[in-house]
Design a protein around this ligand. Structure first.
Ligand code: SF4
Ligand code: SF4
Length: 341
């Protein structure tokens, strides 16, 4: 482990230097909301953001991407994106979601499109200083993150940051700046305090059980009336899926041009709350009822994926809570209601 100290001015100068060589994507403020986007100057970065509307996964798994072009004669060509870029300012809960996606797309079925983009990406994680209105990552054990990032920035109380180098890729990113001083023991303690504080404060909703208990809790409540009650207000809009950093389902579509000679194969985000998500050939729908789709989302996150990967696929970002118009998608409310029975 190598932890350095860096002043805010030097950090900004370093980012501006990086921009001469690479695309840098970071949190930018727009009318009170934050979103990850490509920047042209370090001044645009809002490093004190609480949460972005969409998670940074959109740069690793784009909402729509062309995977292949083809001709009616049978020729085809894979389309692989390879533009080195830096994802800057990724909060711990989003980093953990990316770590989960890395496993999904590399274990068993290897997704070369995702992995090519992921390998081209360097990640600078950032410990938050502001808590979003619905964040409960402290309850999910995702308010801090130990791995996945190339560099980790922790703001210091006065000025500047501690900068931990996690990988060789991270080390290479730093090559353009002069030797940085090592963090002092006092500063390392301040970092511990920041982590402890974030684990305590990032709990806008308090889960009444341990995350590890969720798979058993769900197993006992498959036929609970809550699924019907809550889903009776569901608009099947899919917003809770779209904003979620751990949702990765997609649809594959072939788009043929008017000449019927050439076309492209695309993949686009899909969501299990949408009516046609589980519809198959012949018109059969495996989850026709809104209650079935609503319930599936919670089982997917806290039962099916944990059984496969050993981790709850909800990092407590709270985005689904903000995005749901009828206010029925709060995972903590659902789990606490089941615990309370
Ligand atoms: S389920 Fe909701 S709180 Fe959990 S990771 Fe997805 S969007 Fe965030
Ligand atoms: S955001 Fe709310 S209303 Fe929309 S699909 Fe999800 S649970 Fe239903």
């Amino acid at each position: 482990m190598s932890v350095k100290q860096i002043s805010t001015n030097m950090l900004r100068g370093w980012i501006d230097g990086l921009l001469l060589q690479k695309t840098v994507i970071g949190p930018v403020q727009h009318q009170g909301h934050f979103r990850f986007e490509s920047i042209t100057s370090s001044d645009q970065l809002a490093l004190d953001y609480d949460v972005t509307d969409l998670p940074p996964k959109k740069f690793l798994l784009p909402p729509r991407e062309v995977m292949m072009t083809f001709r009616s004669s049978g020729e085809f060509q894979s389309v692989m994106e390879f533009h080195p870029f830096v994802l800057f300012g990724v909060h711990p809960y989003d980093m953990i979601a990316i770590n989960q996606m890395d496993r999904v797309f590399s274990e068993k079925l290897v997704d070369i499109h995702y992995l090519t983009r992921r390998n081209a990406c360097s990640i600078v994680a950032l410990d938050p200083v502001a808590v979003a209105p619905h964040n409960f990552s402290g309850c999910m054990g995702t308010a801090t993150v130990e791995k996945g990032w190339d560099l980790l920035l922790t703001p210091l109380p006065q000025d500047g940051y501690l900068l931990e180098i996690g990988t060789e890729k991270g080390n290479t990113l730093l090559h353009s700046i002069y030797e940085l001083p090592d963090a002092s023991l006092d500063q390392l303690q301040l970092r511990e305090q920041r982590w402890n504080q974030n684990q305590k404060s990032m709990r806008r909703h308090e889960l009444k059980c341990a995350p590890d208990d969720l798979p058993d809790l769900l197993e006992q409540n498959y036929d609970h009336p809550l699924w019907q009650e809550k889903s009776s207000q569901c608009l099947s809009c899919g917003a809770c899926n779209i904003v979620c950093p751990t949702c990765y389902c997609f649809d594959i579509q072939d788009e043929v041009d008017w000449s019927l000679e050439t076309g492209v194969r695309c993949r686009a985000w899909d969501g299990c709350l949408l009516r046609d998500f589980a519809e198959v050939a012949g018109g059969h729908n495996f989850r026709k009822q809104s209650a079935e789709r609503y319930r599936h989302r919670f089982y997917r996150k806290a039962s099916y994926l944990p059984k496969r990967f050993g981790e709850i696929a909800c990092v407590g970002c709270g985005r689904c809570i903000s995005a749901c118009i009828p206010n029925i998608s709060n995972p903590v409310e659902v789990y606490n209601q089941l615990v309370g029975e």
